[in-house]
Design a protein around this ligand. Structure first.
Ligand SMILES: [Zn+2]
Length: 388
């Protein structure tokens, strides 16, 4: 097909202009009322090509035509399903994938193709809201997505149930499973600092922290599993770490990292939980992240770089309260000087244990940050009395 280009005229141009108008790339006042490929049409085509990652030449060849055709579909206008062998594609599929991702479902990349992974994410959503999990997005599923999609503050329905489950499960840590994830490892050392007596790689340091944390939690009756040993051969991708935690049925997932920056003045601790820019968040993940952050700041004096919502694989795919902690900057002489001190690392670990314990205290029985002696608290829990 010869590309449709500047100067052309006719029904095909009128159709192109209609789609571009629907996408707000052409003015509603003039867009639909002409069949001329004018300068405004060319600008709109270029903008469209850029937004879709196509080569930007301002002409409508076969590839751009297909993309424009797919762009017509608005979510809800047709039933979406996993078609074989040629999958459905379109803007409606992309909107659906984005909505599923925002809600924490593993729909893969928002690539506008309704493949197996999208169908599986739809089926999981259907199961959680009590619809037949057939992986097909018809009017009922669309209705449930509309009702829940942007309104539910706790994110996906599973997270609301999670909060309830945590409230009802009582304050004891005995028998719970915590997966600790020392970041990096193997071929990936993470942040590396210059040679000298204070030399540590991030991978080694966070493994040391993970082992200390493992010991402290195990002493509280927690089943602990690390995602890697001290010197693995390869570096496990985040997605595999998350899936390991899922397969172990973990109650809590804690990923340990240190930060690094070209500016040696950058320092402090930051904590991350699942969430998106639109305010969708894992309520339990956010609570755990807040507790970890506040306990560490109170007990160690590291600068408070606050908690943040991120849609990283590690946090998105894990099905339990999950946090990633960046316990200071290895590139900061101040932070590094503290981190190489084993007593400081014990204080860090104590702070994380306190946070995990507070996660299971009913909110009205919660204690001030930095105030609990973990062993005292454990004794109180065991005796059936709570700390005030
Ligand atoms: Zn790291």
């Amino acid at each position: 097909m010869r590309p449709i280009r500047s100067g052309d005229r006719g029904p095909a141009v009128a159709e192109i202009r209609a789609v571009l108008t629907g996408l707000d790339l052409l003015s509603k006042a003039t867009g639909p009322f002409s069949d001329e490929f004018d300068a405004a049409t060319e600008r709109a085509v270029r903008a469209f090509q850029q937004s879709r990652g196509l080569s930007v030449d301002g002409r409508v060849g076969a590839e751009t035509w297909r993309a424009l055709d797919a762009a017509r579909w608005r979510l809800g206008a047709r039933t979406l399903y996993h078609a074989v062998p040629v999958p459905l594609t379109g803007e409606d599929v992309r909107s659906l994938q984005e909505r599923l991702l925002e809600m924490g479902y593993d729909a893969g990349r928002a690539d506008a193709i309704y493949g197996v992974r999208t169908a599986r994410a739809v089926a999981q959503f259907q199961r959680e809201v009590g619809l037949a999990p057939d992986g097909t997005c018809g009017p009922h599923t669309m209705g449930a997505l509309r009702r829940l999609g942007r309104k539910v503050v706790g994110g996906r329905p599973q997270w609301l149930r999670e909060s309830d489950a945590i409230r009802q499960s009582g304050p004891t840590l005995v028998g719970r499973t915590v997966v600790i994830d020392p970041g990096h490892g193997g071929t990936d050392p993470g942040v590396v600092v210059p040679d000298g007596p204070l030399r540590w790689t991030e991978a080694d340091l966070v493994h040391d922290l993970a082992s200390r944390l493992e010991g402290r939690l195990a002493a509280s009756g927690v089943r602990v599993q690390l995602t890697r040993g001290p010197a693995p051969e390869t570096c496990l991708p985040d997605i595999d770490r998350a899936q390991l935690a899922n397969s172990l049925g973990a109650d809590v997932f804690i990923s340990l990292h240190t930060d690094g920056h070209a500016n040696p003045d950058a320092e402090g601790v930051a904590t991350y939980h699942y969430g998106t820019d639109n305010g969708v968040t894992s309520a339990t993940g956010e609570r755990l992240a807040g507790l970890v952050q506040r306990e560490i700041v109170a007990r160690t004096g590291l600068r408070d770089c606050r908690t943040h919502a991120k849609a990283w694989d590690l946090l998105r795919i894990t099905r339990m309260p999950a946090v990633r902690v960046e316990v200071g900057y290895l590139t900061s002489p101040a932070d590094r000087g503290r981190l190489v001190d084993p007593r400081f690392r014990d204080r860090l670990v104590e702070a994380i244990v306190a946070a995990v314990q507070r996660m299971y205290l009913p909110i009205e029985r919660d204690v001030p940050t930095g105030s609990i002696d973990v062993s005292e608290l454990r004794a109180a829990v065991a005796a059936g009395t709570m700390v005030d």
